[in-house]
Design a protein around this ligand. Sequence first.
Ligand SMILES: N[C@@H](CCC(=O)N[C@@H](CS)C(=O)NCC(=O)O)C(=O)O
Length: 219
Amino acid sequence: MNVSSQPSLTLYYSRRSCSLACHIVLRETGLKFGLVEVKIRNGEQKKPEYLKINPLGKIPALVIDSEVLTETHAILTFLGDFKKTSNLIPPSGSIGRVRAHEWMNFLSSTVHVTFRTIFRPYNLIGENIPLGPVRDFARANLVGVMSEIERRLSKKSYALGDKYSICDAYLFVFYLWCQDERLEMKSPAGPAFRRLAERVWERPSTRAAVQHEQIITPF
Ligand SMILES: N[C@@H](CCC(=O)N[C@@H](CS)C(=O)NCC(=O)O)C(=O)O
């Protein structure tokens, strides 16, 4: 994809969803962008208008000129690479780069999926199987997933070491989800995760995105 120095960018987002990571990073880049809200609670992601953007009916999608990019991991990588001066992702070929992909893949394939199984188990198993035991199983998994995050973040200021990156914006979303009442537990996030989230919260881009989405935070 060849893109100009300021392509036309539009993010399809849903409040407080995983798209918040892309929203924060868009603001970090300093690029101009537009936002279109898709209300998941109203099922707008499955309406024909949005399915034309992303046939999977999932948020986020980033429209870059005439191309549509989906998947949080891919969108964050694109934005991190795009504005190199912001140093939002280490360069290709470095160990830092593959650590960034390691984090983002873990976040999308394991952490996100564990939360989703608690929030929307029917998307995974349908409506005919009792949801309670599935949620309880996922809650137990979430505790394990959080201790892995804690292990990885211990002795580090940020996910990749001492510098902020796109991975931290992505982690911030899951820190907020740790406060969700549907978990029916005290926040499972540990102290290292909390410290990281507080650092991310200090950034003007995070505050602006959170304010725009009218999200209540624990800070
Ligand atoms: N693999 C996708 C998952 C995206 C995803 O599940 N997004 C949620 C919001 S956090 C969504 O669109 N949910 C609505 C639905 O599944 O109907 C990614 O990482 O971007």
